[in-house]
Design a protein around this ligand. Structure first.
Ligand SMILES: [Mn+2]
Length: 327
């Protein structure tokens, strides 16, 4: 895989414009938000203006990254000289803002599916935030950036590595974490906000997961369907179930965890999957038009009856487990 730009070319190209828009992916996580706001710090240090945009409202627990800003576009995209998509694997990942994908001038990402079209793509980088850190270093800005920059990079890196416990935690990730911790940031509060703090709604969602997760294939496959009726019954909203897959995947013995969520749009389902072993769930999700990382991937299903989609998904992921068993 050849990058269209080298790191040096990418970094110096950022000096050419004065007014940037930075798109995050839909259902924003700490990596897309942390990368966007860290890049905003870099651009501001270069004397430019930058605005971060996302089609979905971030979970309020990420306010320490966004400072509670409204990320929805309320004005003309043509106001911006240069439009960047960060941690965005494909146009679909822009969600309701995918209509703006033709305006994107620069893609910085680490999802395998973007390898072919990203301008700067780092194969198996644990987090896009590490690429933004590389950009700042390349520009010689590390001594000049505010602590907020390091907090945002740390949030992205810690977020995508599950607090440095997922299999994507490379030695390089830990070296970067070491440098970030050495700047004196309050990393413990960041980790608490991302991983430990649970709202009452999230705890109610865990109760729902406990009561409704189906365990299949002798415990190898865990599937949780969350219908709109269940959300009402448990008094929970979409924020509360945003990371419910993390609960489902902790069930001992599970090789693949899958959540299937009904959305407020009729006939549209949001699918998330996690592999606890070396099964490439992004390849499985690609079969239904989705993608992601080898051990964390998702897809969106439209125009399919919920029951029919659930049956299809169970078969699809079961096949992945059978093939893994044959190895
Ligand atoms: Mn990411």
């Amino acid at each position: 895989m050849m990058n269209k730009l080298s790191l040096a070319e990418l970094a110096s190209s950022l000096k050419l414009n004065k007014n940037f828009l930075i798109f995050c992916h839909k259902n924003p996580d700490p990596d897309t938000l942390g990368s966007a706001y860290a890049l905003k710090c870099v651009l501001e240090a270069l004397g430019a203006k930058a605005r971060v945009a996302c089609c979905d409202r971030p979970n309020p627990k990420f306010n320490f990254i966004t400072l509670g800003e409204d990320l929805t576009l309320d004005f003309d995209i043509s106001d911006y000289e240069r439009v960047i998509a960060i941690d965005v694997g494909s146009a679909v990942q822009l969600g309701d803002y995918s209509r703006f994908s033709v305006r994107v001038d620069l893609i910085i990402d680490h999802h395998e599916m973007s390898a072919r079209f990203a301008d700067y793509y780092e194969d198996l980088a644990p987090a896009t935030a590490m690429i933004v850190y590389d950009i700042a270093r390349e520009l010689g800005l590390l001594d000049k950036l505010p602590s907020r920059f390091f907090e945002c990079v740390y949030a992205g890196l810690s977020g995508d590595t599950g607090c440095f416990k997922y299999s994507n935690t490379t030695p390089k990730a830990l070296v970067y974490a070491s440098e970030l911790v050495a700047t004196g940031i309050d990393f413990a509060s960041i980790n608490y906000a991302i991983f430990d703090a649970k709202t009452k709604g999230e705890l109610a969602a865990q109760k729902m997961a406990l009561e409704h997760t189906e365990i299949l294939l002798d415990g190898a496959l865990a599937v949780l369907l969350v219908t709109n009726d269940m959300k009402k019954q448990y008094g929970i909203n979409d924020d509360d179930i945003g990371d419910i897959i993390s609960t489902v995947r902790t069930i001992d013995g599970v090789l693949i965890a899958v959540t299937i969520k009904e959305t407020t749009t009729q006939g549209k389902l949001s699918v998330s999957s996690r592999a606890n072993v070396d099964i490439d769930v992004s390849a499985i999700c690609a079969k239904i038009g989705g993608g992601g990382h080898p051990r964390a991937a998702g897809a969106t299903i439209t125009d399919t009856e919920t029951a029919e989609a659930v049956k299809m998904l169970k078969e699809l992921f079961a096949e992945g487990i059978y093939n893994y068993g044959k190895q």
